[in-house]
Structures are given as structure tokens and as C-alpha cells.
Design a protein around this ligand. Sequence first.
Ligand code: SOE
Length: 374
Amino acid sequence: MSPAPTPLGVAVVGHSFMGKAHSNAWRNVSAFYPDVPPVARRVLVGRDAARVGEAAHQFGWEETETDWRRVLERDDIQVVDVCTPGHLHYEIALAALEAGKHVLVEKPLSNSTSEAERLVEAAASARARGVQSMVGFNYRRVPALELARSFVAEGRIGAVREIRAAYLQDWLADDQAPMTWRLRREQAGSGVLGDLGSHVVDLLRFLTADDISWVEGHLATFVPTRPGADGPEQVTVDDAAWALLGLTGGAVASVEVSRMAFGRKNGLRLELYGSRGSLTFDLERLNELWVDTGDGGTRVLVTEPHHPYLDAWWPPGHVLGWDHTFTTQAAEFLHAIGTGTAPTPSFEDGLAVQQVLDAVERTAADRHETISAS
Ligand code: SOE
């Protein structure tokens, strides 16, 4: 019997919601994807020693650290996974790549196009040294969405003409919902546009294999102040955003994103209309894909072993959830590291998304026209 391969040491920076989602993925990946390089959960990093200690205990990390820089000095860490608020992505990812670590960055890649451009350069030179990087657009790993991508590529719905995309949550619908870093421009870069709009723009590019060629946007901040730790604090980002996007293949997409849509907890709905049929997906029913090719439509329950990613999981009908997407994402990243191939979504994909988000903001500021009642 050949000796077991040495596991890759992983460090996750950040231990809140996304840090936990990623921790869960690192905990499960070697068990469900035995063919990719195994991992050791070495260090969970966070500034608050007590809170990071609790999260590390919960998810089985070997150690904790309060300064991410110390992790980069260690020889037993090969993978750094950045799950911090957006304003820290750039500095940590850049330093990690320069230290020779494979880097996974939670979406959006960065808070600005200029930062994303610099990260793309750093990732390209790291790639030449065999160091891989990837952006955490986890919805690419939803089996039904990968199936939808393949159906579009095979021409099952013909040429895509129109896309309707809405990603709606409601955790900010209450005016008294407290201030968070996600509502401060200096930390989050933008509001729902970057948080949920980045997923949508990435999925449009992923599903169609097109780029975005033109943009018209509109942003709204409905609740300008929120209760902060020291009294009312100004919200400096958008609460809701809308955009019309032109795709290089000729399709037009209407996009709506909000965190103030009462009743929608994590509703991501995508409708693609082509010259021969349509595809419909709703994250609240993520194991299903609706396919209509003029025959009245069919619901495909995407749980068969031949469906994307399903062979790693349960028998038919034993549905997957949101958390599986992060485990599959980790597996894809490890597969790329193991085979020395560049994973997707790449930092180039992260930059392309950031450019669209920035264009939405610019057009939202420029193109507003008031029509007065006569
Ligand atoms: C919060 O709006 C959030 O956690 C996003 O940041 C994630 O990317 C999304 O998957 C779920 O909602």
C-alpha cells in the first residue's frame, strides 16, 4: 500500500457566516471527494480570540490565530481561504499569493476594479509558479445551474434572447435592523449590488459563456440611517439595485437585487428565454430545473448520479442544499491544485464582475432623469 498523501494545510481567515460555510466545506471535502488532495484544517483566523476560539472548536480547526500575517509565514499552510469583509480581500489575497499560498477568495473578489486588476496580475504571476487562485462564486456549483449551463451550451433552448434575474433577501427590510459592515462603503465597497449583484453577474456570464457588453443601472437607498453601536449611523451603500445588461451573444438581461424584499429570505430566480425554449431556476427549490422547449415544460429533479456533482453525494431524490455548494467548490479548488490546472471562477472572472458592478454604479449616477407630472 502506498503511503497516504501529505494533506494540504488550510487556513481560513474569517469566522462569521461565510467563515462558517467555508469551515463546514473544509471539514467535509476529504470525506466526500476522496480523489482530490486531502486537507488538514490547520488554522482559523479572526481578530477576536474568544469568538474565533468558539468557531474553531465548533468546526474542528486545530489552532486559531488573531493575525493573518503569521499564517503566511508558516510552512505547514498551503491554502489560504479569505472570508473577511470585502475591504480586506485585496491585502490578504495579495500577500498570500506573494507568500506562495494557493488562494480562494469569497466573492466579490475585491471592492474596486483597480484592486481586482492588481489581484489578476498577482494571480497570473503566481500561476506561473504553480500557485492557484479562485473566487468563491459558490452558486456555480449548484447542480441544477451547472446543468442549465450545459443545456445552454448544447443549444437546447437555442439562442438566448432574454434573461430575467432577481436575487432578493429581506434581512434589511426592517428600518430598525442594526448597522453592519455590509452597509458601510469603506468596508463593503457597495451594498446589495456587490453582495448579491456579484453572484447574478457571475451567473449570467457562467450560464451563457458571454461577457457583458453594455450596462444601464439604477440604485436606491431606502433607509439612510440605521441604529449603530453609538447611536444612528449613516448607511453609505445601496439597499436595492436594478440593471439592464447587454450580453455579447445578443441577449438582454434585467437584473434586480435587494435585501429589503419582505418574505424573500434567499430568493435567487433566473429565467432564460431562448429562440427554442426556456430554463427557469429558483434557489428556494435548488434541486429543480424547469425546462420548456415548446412541449409544455418539464421539471428536472437534478439528483441523478449522472447530473453534475451528484455522484459524490446521495442516491436519487436525496436532495442537496446550499451548504453542499461550498464543499464542491473546495473540491474543485483542490482538484485544480492537485492537477496543476487553473481553476474557475478565476480572478479574471472576479475582475470581469467587478467591472460590471462599477459600470452599474456609474450609469446609475449619470443617467437619472426626472419626469414631472404636467
Ligand atoms: C448575505 O446577503 C449573503 O450571505 C451573501 O453575502 C452570500 O453571498 C449569499 O450566498 C447569501 O447571502
